[in-house]
Design a binder for this molecule. Structure first.
Ligand code: NAD
Length: 453
């Protein structure tokens, strides 16, 4: 069944229809139209899966996908054009250019935390680049997955887009098949499995993974601004965001003042604590219990309230931790925020550099030299200065990780290039032909040395 559906897609791709610019634009327009038609069911499903408010769902999921489609529609002709490249003296006379071609059959595996965004954003890039797509959304956001399945099946033929619904065993079964590209968003341990399955067929992959994204707060930082943005990053989707601030390294001179500012900011943004309307819940019992376990480490300074029935956990600031505590070892992926004191920026740099490379880094400082030093010396997928999360919404920036937080990047033009193979093409001019490459070769190669220098 899986194989025959995938074979059908390959045959469809081989007809060449998906390569045409007009076809791609029609498909993107149809996708936008489908999302508009299904906006209400999608919002309801996100509320059922994660208790997201309609506002948050549009801000972080639906609206971003619509914007992404519009950007692809606007620039597709430009991106599809051949790009003239330099020939140089070696291949003179002639013309060189690159041409983007679709890979063919793409597999997209997506997670539950932003199930609309993280399923449809890569889909936009894959379709704009002219591919056929097999999609498997997460089994842990079943309401949203069901709406996505209905919306896509109603709007597109199974030859172009197939939606597969199921859990790990289905994912493993899908990964046994051969694709021309695999785009995976999820955890680093599963990312390894995906990459190893892809290696069987030498299939290229993009891995959008997670990790522990640090915040550094220097002694000169604007503390109320830092508190406002860090509170936002932790409250958003109850911290279940791949680029959520995972922990804070605060200069010990300002740590107490920062904790006060953060407590105030959390209260401003979530006036009724975990009972505030639209505050998301933890996705399932497993993750709820896991987060309660992490709260056992250190001392709770602010928050700590939980509601087992609705799976909600108040944003919780935790201190008096050591680097060996479990909460400092694994990605938190919830509304808990450990805060550790540091004596200097160098200590913060060392702390972060000794760990896996994070997906995001957040620097709070008013000093431009300190900002620059940290931005350059740390390794991370993307960073914000005096903000959190917002870099992923910048229209010109690639979004992706490095090392354990992933490989490859997408969004906007980067999506188009992620899902396209760039062919190198050389057209020989026939006006004349440099005789130097043909044998029999002379003993002296002085002329060649002059050319190849
Ligand atoms: P996950 O890795 O458990 O699952 C992701 C997808 O892989 C799902 O579709 C799932 O069914 C499938 N899967 C799970 N186990 C599998 C296995 N053994 N073999 C094959 N497929 C398998 O991740 P999750 O819990 O859904 O999402 C949370 C993780 O995703 C966090 O680590 C988070 O940081 C990361 N994430 C990263 C980004 C990003 O853009 N970089 C975005 C969101 C989430």
């Amino acid at each position: 069944m899986i194989k025959s559906r995938l074979d059908k897609k390959r045959r469809y791709f081989n007809t060449g229809v998906t390569r045409q610019a007009n076809f791609r634009k029609q498909v993107l327009l149809a996708l936008k139209e489908a999302i508009r038609r299904y906006e209400k069911p999608l919002v309801e499903a996100l509320a059922a899966d994660l208790n997201k408010s309609a506002y948050e769902s549009y801000m972080t999921e639906i609206g971003l996908v619509i914007q992404e489609i519009n950007r692809h529609l606007k620039f597709l002709d430009k991106w599809m054009k051949p790009v003239r490249r330099r020939v140089g003296i070696n291949a003179f006379p002639g013309k060189a250019y690159t041409l983007a071609e679709p890979y063919g059959l793409v597999l997209i595996l997506s997670p539950w935390n932003y199930p609309v965004n993280l399923t449809l954003m890569p889909l936009v890039g894959a379709l704009a680049a002219g591919n056929c797509v097999a999609l498997k959304p997460s089994e842990f956001s079943p309401h949203t997955t069901a709406v996505l399945q209905k919306m896509l099946q109603e709007s597109f033929s199974d030859q172009l887009i197939s939606v597969f619904v199921g859990g790990v065993s289905l994912s493993e079964r899908l990964l046994e098949e051969r694709y021309d590209y695999i785009f995976f968003t999820g955890s680093s341990p599963v990312g390894k499995k995906v990459m190893s399955a892809a290696a069987n067929h030498l299939t290229p992959v993009t891995l959008e993974l997670g990790g522990k994204s640090p915040c550094i707060i220097t002694a000169d930082a604007d503390l109320s601004l830092a508190a406002k943005h860090i509170a936002f990053g932790k409250i958003l989707n109850a911290g279940q965001t791949c680029v959520a601030p995972d922990y804070v390294l605060a200069d010990s001179n300002i740590l107490d003042r920062f904790v006060h500012a953060l407590a105030r900011a959390l209260n401003d943004q979530l006036p009724e604590g975990l009972h505030t309307k639209g505050y998301p819940r933890i996705i399932n019992q497993h993750h709820f219990d896991r987060l309660l376990g992490l709260m056992a480490d250190g001392k709770v300074l602010v928050g700590g309230q939980v509601d087992a029935q609705s799976h909600r956990i108040a944003p919780t600031i935790i201190s008096q931790l050591s680097a060996d505590d479990t909460i400092m070892q694994e990605e938190i992926f919830g509304p808990l925020l450990p805060i550790l004191p540091v004596q200097s920026e160098d200590e913060a740099l060392d702390f972060i550099s000794q760990r896996e490379k994070p997906l995001a880094a957040y620097i709070f400082s008013q000093n431009k030299n300190k900002q620059e030093q940290l931005l350059r010396r740390l390794s991370y997928g993307g960073a914000c200065v005096n903000d959190t999360i917002s870099h992923i919404t910048c229209q010109g920036l690639p979004f992706g990780g490095v090392g354990y937080s992933g490989m490859g990047a997408y969004h906007g033009a980067y999506s188009f290039w992620t899902f396209s193979h760039e062919k190198s093409i050389y057209k020989k001019a026939s006006v004349f032909d440099l005789p130097l490459k043909y044998g029999p070769y002379p003993h002296s190669y002085r002329m060649l040395k002059w050319i190849l220098h």
